[in-house]
Design a binder for this molecule. Structure first.
Ligand code: GLY
Length: 358
């Protein structure tokens, strides 16, 4: 097992290893100062049938009183009505501030449960148990919690760090190829923005890479960034490589293009656009496209750049008329490049090859 301690507005451990689900009870007991309490597991209808029993039994055996709230899987559940249903359930069960929530699932469950934890009774403690690669390497660490609004993704949320994170790498075995590839987009992202050696590992080992080592390496990058800029005012923005275009792609596909696939396409688009604009000394888009293809990920989209404009304009990263675009200017190094919002569409268009013409 590998443990990474994140020291931000609160300090918490991220544990990474095989077979950790069955230690959830002992872990929670130690996080809660040896006291038992009531716990609500928030999960979805894909994950709960697979792992709900194991986690609930581990908690019950450690003395906790367990209830659960299972949502429908998918981004559509990250919305105001489902958020309200969970809060009403917690209130009807009279959960108090001494009780805990547990997010058991991927990024949707983690973001939604985290936002419930941030707001129910003005804040209760919660543990993240991510079961997707994407949630392990990105969304379960760093305290960004959110739901979507009809106007866009993650437009309502809070910075509210978890009080513990448990990454059981055995849960990756039940992921579909598509969902595993989603997480790989974020792993590849860390390589291009921070870690050239990680790219060498991925190019050498392909899908046979050592999971615990690579996941821990990504989480350690996230730790460093979150410790420096927890509230996303500077360097944390680098984690959004590919995301400005991705949010538009996700939104315009009605979320049928999943987050990681959209991020992969976004990284390809922004890199080709940056090359065309002369922002990169040594063009490397063929290398990026090859690594993405090795992990069955796209590097382009069928959408035109103008379909991304709405998402760009409601992007949280917009600073007045300026969008901070993340550009990897060499493999393993990234910069924030201020782009006038009015020019963003034309800039992205230079990176899209296969868009259908209107
Ligand atoms: N997922 C990007 C961040 O946590 O900042």
């Amino acid at each position: 097992m590998t443990t990474i301690t994140v020291s931000a507005s609160n300090t918490y451990d991220v544990r990474i290893g095989a077979g950790l689900l069955s230690s959830a009870g002992e872990t929670l007991l130690s996080l809660n100062g040896g006291r038992t309490c009531r716990v609500c597991i928030v999960s979805d209808d894909n994950v709960f049938p697979l792992y709900g029993k194991t986690v609930a039994a581990a908690l019950t055996n450690a003395g906790f009183s367990v209830l659960s709230h299972v949502i429908q899987h998918g981004e559509g559940s990250k919305c105001l009505p489902v958020y309200g249903e969970i809060l009403n359930h917690l209130a009807s069960e009279h959960l108090t501030r001494s009780d805990w929530l547990i997010a058991l699932g991927g990024g949707v469950v983690g973001d939604l449960c985290g936002f419930c934890a941030a707001t129910y009774l003005r804040g209760v403690k919660y543990m993240q148990i991510p079961t997707s690669l994407l949630a392990m390497v990105d969304s379960s660490v760093g305290g960004k919690t959110a739901i979507d609004l009809p106007a866009g993704k993650n437009l309502c949320g809070a910075f509210y760090p978890p009080h513990g994170v448990l990454c059981d790498i055995d849960t990756l075995d039940t992921l579909s190829d598509t969902i595993f590839a989603d997480g790989m987009a974020e792993v590849i992202k860390y390589g291009f923005i921070f870690d050239r050696a990680l790219l060498d590992i991925l190019m050498r080992d392909k899908t046979a890479f050592d999971r615990e080592t690579v996941i821990a390496r990504c989480i350690d990058h996230k730790r460093r960034v979150v410790e420096e800029d927890e509230f996303d005012r500077g360097v944390r923005g680098l984690l959004n490589f590919g995301h400005t275009a991705a949010h538009g792609i996700e939104q315009h596909s009605d979320y049928t293009v999943t987050h990681g696939h959209a991020v992969a396409a976004g990284m390809g688009i922004i890199t080709r656009a940056a090359e065309a604009a002369g922002l990169i000394r040594e063009p490397f888009s063929p290398m990026l496209e090859q690594i993405l293809a090795d992990f069955s990920l796209p590097s382009d989209t069928d959408f035109t750049a103008d379909t991304m404009t709405g998402a760009i304009l409601s992007d949280k990263k917009r600073d007045g008329g300026i969008i901070r675009l993340v550009i990897a200017d060499a493999p393993g190094h990234a910069i924030l490049w201020p782009c006038p919002a009015a020019d963003c569409e034309a800039f992205l268009a230079r990176g899209i090859r296969q868009a259908k013409q209107n």
